[in-house]
Design a protein around this ligand. Structure first.
Ligand SMILES: [Zn+2]
Length: 252
């Protein structure tokens, strides 16, 4: 039997000042995680939730909460966000037959136990030998080595054009940033950049090399960064990372 509440007892919604706005992307510098800001007429406080299916984090706010307040709220939960992201299982594992982008070009992992020689790229495939249980590690080791070669070579070449010196290039699996530059000239990059299209990898190198001269994000920095980035400029690679960064974190 369906019971209906007497009309008087039905919760009367307080009319909102204006209807909720459609969800929109919220940019937080230093976080490669797409964040979506969603206004909800029913929300009474701000909440953060991970949408694993869409590979993003949603911040839900009551109607009328300012973007500044939402940003501060997300900032206060920075540690939580990073921990949640790190705990998300890689949903695109390196197994035989799986696809993996190499410099943005899709390749298929082909495992053949009889394969001789090192893991390598050939004819649109990533060829791996050895035991099946070692395939994921071998693919990752290969991509990390390729990333190191690409990133270090480009970093030294770009640095030379502005008379700067790269002290060291380190490859890491950072969840929070694609690259960094220390005051002593040590550059660090995520191995996952080798998965991104070439102009994206190139831009991140240009960005960190530009920091060897300008330890800030001033207009002078961005002009130098653009001069160190080939072809596409900085806008397209930045937009690409914002839109696709999270996906890169799910490989492996
Ligand atoms: Zn920077």
């Amino acid at each position: 039997m369906v019971q209906r509440l007497p009309a008087l007892l039905r919760r009367r919604k307080k009319p909102a000042a204006r209807p909720p706005q459609p969800p929109r992307a919220l940019e937080i510098s230093g976080l490669p995680i797409p964040l979506e800001l969603r206004e909800s007429a029913r929300a009474t406080r701000m909440t953060l939730r991970v949408d694993a299916g869409r590979g993003l984090v949603q911040v839900v706010v009551p109607v009328g909460v300012s973007e500044t307040d939402a940003r501060q709220f997300v900032g206060r939960h920075d540690g939580w966000l990073r921990a949640r992201l790190a705990a998300m299982p890689p949903s695109l594992p390196f197994v035989d037959g799986a696809g993996v982008p190499y410099l943005g070009v899709e390749h298929v992992i082909r495992h053949d136990p009889a394969l001789r020689g090192p893991t390598r790229i050939a004819d649109g495939a990533l060829l791996v030998g050895g035991q099946p249980e070692h395939v994921a590690r071998r693919v990752r080791d290969f991509l990390t080595a390729e990333a190191k070669r690409e990133l270090a070579t480009r970093a030294r070449l770009k640095a030379a054009t502005i008379g700067a010196r790269v002290a060291a290039v380190t490859i890491r699996d950072t969840k929070s940033r694609w690259g960094s530059c220390s005051s002593t000239g040590r550059l660090s990059f995520s191995w996952r950049l080798i998965l991104a299209p070439e102009p994206v990898l190139d831009y991140v190198v240009g960005h960190e090399v530009a920091h060897l001269r300008e330890m800030n994000h001033s207009p002078r920095f961005w002009a130098l960064c653009a001069s160190l980035t080939d072809g596409t400029g900085v806008d397209w690679p930045r937009a690409w990372l914002k839109a696709n960064g999270t996906r890169l974190l799910r490989y492996g």
